[in-house]
Design a protein around this ligand. Sequence first.
Ligand SMILES: Cc1ncc(COP(=O)(O)O)c(C=O)c1O
Length: 449
Amino acid sequence: MPSELLSMKRKLQLSDRDRNFLWHPYTQMKTAPDPIPVERGEGVWLYTKEGRRLLDGTSSWWVNIHGHAHPKLNKALAAQARKLEHVMFAGVTHEPAVELAERLTSILPPGLNRIFYSDNGSTAVEAALKMAFQYWQNRGKRKRREFVALKHAYHGDTVGAMSVSESSVFTQAFRPLLFDVHRVYSPYCFQCPLGLERSSCGIDCLQGLRRLLETQHDSIAAVIVEPMLQGAGGMIVWPKEFLSGVRELCDRYDVLMIADEVLTGFGRTGRMFACEHAGISPDILCLSKALTAGYMPLAVTAATEQVYAAFLSDDRSKALFHGHSYTANPLGCAVALASLKLFEEEQTLKRVQRMEAQFQTRLNRLRDLPCVADVRGIGGVAVIELATGKGGYLDNIGPALAGEFLKRDLLLRPMGNILYFMPPYVITDSEVDWAFDQISEVLGNLGNG
Ligand SMILES: Cc1ncc(COP(=O)(O)O)c(C=O)c1O
């Protein structure tokens, strides 16, 4: 590059250079404010080029758990990079992939003994849907081709994952590309679809799934759910009885159950996996996000031996024809293993459980603010549903609030009128208090007009 061009480039702000060449996800590039130039991270803090520090209140899109630039994770990643950065994963294997599969199968809900790697949450879901579909085809039950998904679901942005996600601004432009699914109620207790109260209901919202499976199980391949916490569809926290009810119905009608734990896996709900709240095992389980503690794109679709066995044949075409260039990336596997070690060394799950108690105390204090419709939480997730605005992802209250929090050095990204706080687990008690002080002041001002 000529030296004048180089020096001109240095003079331009990073955000200007970004504007010249980049296209950000979920972003209306015409009207969005300049992106924040983050230079480094440490623990729960992100540092900008100008030396400002911001508390990472979304765990960098729900991926970071042990904090940014953790010395032990850095070390594991560097050590692996010196040995083997990547190799194709068909006809080849490597120690980090095998060891991670051994570790995961020892901690996953019982029965999930087969690990299929991919590289992000959507592909983990995509692989799960294809696995479930082909499972029945390989077994000669060709009519079992349909999927059941829940209202308010979000499973990712690829075409299959969008199809099982609730119709929303995320999927609307692509509707003609998507396949039809059966859609049944989820237990959104605050806005109960049946107008009931949790204290007296009998999880009646399961009726929709029950009736569907009763009459149409012969054509259904699988039911897919986000156990205990539906994330992008509104941060909806479930009663665990709904989850056990789904498992029971899937068993009764011999339908596969897919648990999308892309968000909930690795302690986010206070248990290592959300399925543990109800003591159930799905037939297929999806993981990504915190799998590598926010370091590398890696995903897992775990299956039972029964699902796996349906793909074993002398006929090569019965194999699962799904894969990605970066399948089982050794760097990702190595850092995932180091992350799992940290769970033991740093007693991570205990920390999330303490965090949950502190979140509940602080959430309760917000409950009576005029702009607050509902507060709820689970594990390391605190949710405030606002009564203001029109609701939904495009509600302008979201960016307006994000701007207010940013002025206070708190990086949050409300989903419309759903404000949530989901920091890395290493946040200290006083940092939690500080963040809630900011939230309560900003929401208090909102109430004043
Ligand atoms: C439950 C769930 N599934 C799947 C995905 C998609 O993951 P990714 O963004 O890595 O494709 C997400 C992302 O938020 C998610 O929350």
